[in-house]
Ligand binder design. Structure first.
Ligand SMILES: NC(=O)c1ccc[n+]([C@@H]2O[C@H](COP(=O)([O-])OP(=O)(O)OC[C@H]3O[C@@H](n4cnc5c(N)ncnc54)[C@H](O)[C@@H]3O)[C@@H](O)[C@H]2O)c1
Length: 250
C-alpha cells in the first residue's frame, strides 16, 4: 500500500464524505495529504484523524483569493501538491428546481461553488504544477452530468456537465507540460450531500433502481480509481472520464 509514496496530494471537500475517504486512502498509500475544506473544524478533525502526514487548509473554492492564498502558502512551506483532487461541491436540495421554477440566485450559488470553484481549484493547481514540473488533477464529476437524473437537478446537473467539459479542455491544454487531468464519476453515494434522498425511502429506492449493481455507492468506492489516477501507473491517462458508479451511467 505505498503507491503514492513521495507524493503530496490536496483534496478539496475532504472534511467529510467522498473527499475524506479519498484523502484517508491517499495517506494509507504513503502520500502527504492536505485536507482542504471551507469547514475549518471538519478539515482539522480529518487531518488530526490521519496524523502527521496530513495538514488542514481552510479554502473556499468559490473565492479566488482563498484558493490562491492556500496554494501560495503550501508552495512556500514545501507542500506544493503533485496531486489535486477538485472534489468539493454542493447540491441545493429543496432549492434547485425544474428550469421554469429555478431562482437565478440558486442557479448562481450552485454554479459558483461547483463549476467556478472547480475552475479556480484547477487554475491554481495548474499554476503550481507548471512551477513544480507537473502532476495529476482529478475532478469529481457526476452521473447527472451525463444522464437526466432528476427534474429538479437543473443547476447541479449543468454544473457537473461543465466540470466534465472543463476537465477535457484543461487536459488537452497542458498535456505537453506533464499535467494530467481526469474526471471520476461516482454513483449516488450516501454522504451528507444527499440526506434528502437517503431519508426518503421512495426516492432512495428510485435512485438505487437506476444503479444496475443494485446498491448505493459508498465513499470508499472511488478510492481505488483515484489512487490509480494519482499514481504514476496512470502516466498515459489524461482527459478521460472514469465512471465507478455500479453501472449508473450505462
Ligand atoms: N454523494 C453523491 O451521491 C455524489 C454523487 C456524484 C458526485 N458527487 C460529488 O462528489 C463530491 C463530494 O460530495 P460528497 O457526497 O462527499 O459531499 P459532502 O457534502 O459529504 O462533502 C462535501 C464537502 O465539500 C465541502 N465544501 C462545500 N462547499 C465548499 C467550498 N465552497 N469550498 C470548500 N469546500 C466546500 C463541504 O464542507 C464538505 O466537507 C461533490 O463534488 C459531489 O457533487 C456526490
Amino acid at each position: 500500500m505505498t503507491r503514492l509514496e513521495g507524493k503530496t496530494a490536496l483534496v478539496t471537500g475532504s472534511g467529510t464524505g467522498i473527499g475524506r475517504a479519498v484523502a484517508e486512502r491517499f495517506a494509507r498509500e504513503g502520500a502527504r495529504v492536505i485536507i482542504a475544506d471551507r469547514d475549518a473544524a471538519a478539515a482539522s478533525e480529518t487531518a488530526d484523524a490521519i496524523g502527521p502526514s496530513a495538514r488542514a487548509a481552510v479554502m473556499d473554492i468559490s473565492d479566488e483569493a482563498s484558493v490562491e492564498a492556500a496554494f501560495g502558502l503550501l508552495g512556500a512551506e514545501g507542500w506544493a501538491p503533485d496531486v489535486v483532487v477538485a472534489n468539493a461541491g454542493v447540491q441545493l436540495f429543496g432549492q434547485d428546481a425544474a428550469a421554469a421554477d429555478l431562482d437565478l440566485d440558486v442557479w448562481k450559488r450552485t454554479i459558483d461553488i461547483n463549476l467556478t470553484g472547480t475552475f479556480l481549484t484547477v487554475k491554481h493547481a495548474v499554476r503550481s504544477m507548471l512551477v513544480s514540473g507537473g502532476g495529476s488533477i482529478i475532478l469529481t464529476g457526476s452521473p447527472t452530468g451525463i444522464n437526466g437524473e432528476g427534474r429538479d437537478f437543473t443547476a447541479y446537473s449543468a454544473s457537473k456537465a461543465g466540470i466534465h467539459g472543463l476537465g477535457r479542455t484543461v487536459a488537452a491544454a497542458y498535456a505537453d507540460r506533464g499535467i494530467r487531468v481526469n474526471t471520476v464519476v461516482p454513483a449516488y453515494t450516501e454522504t451528507s450531500l444527499v440526506t434528502t434522498i437517503t431519508s426518503d425511502p421512495e426516492a432512495r429506492a428510485a435512485i438505487i433502481g437506476r444503479i444496475p449493481m443494485g446498491r448505493a455507492g459508498a465513499p470508499g468506492d472511488v478510492e481505488g480509481i483515484m489512487v490509480f489516477l494519482a499514481s504514476d501507473d496512470a502516466a498515459f491517462a489524461t482527459g478521460a472520464l472514469f465512471a465507478v458508479d455500479g453501472g449508473m451511467t450505462i
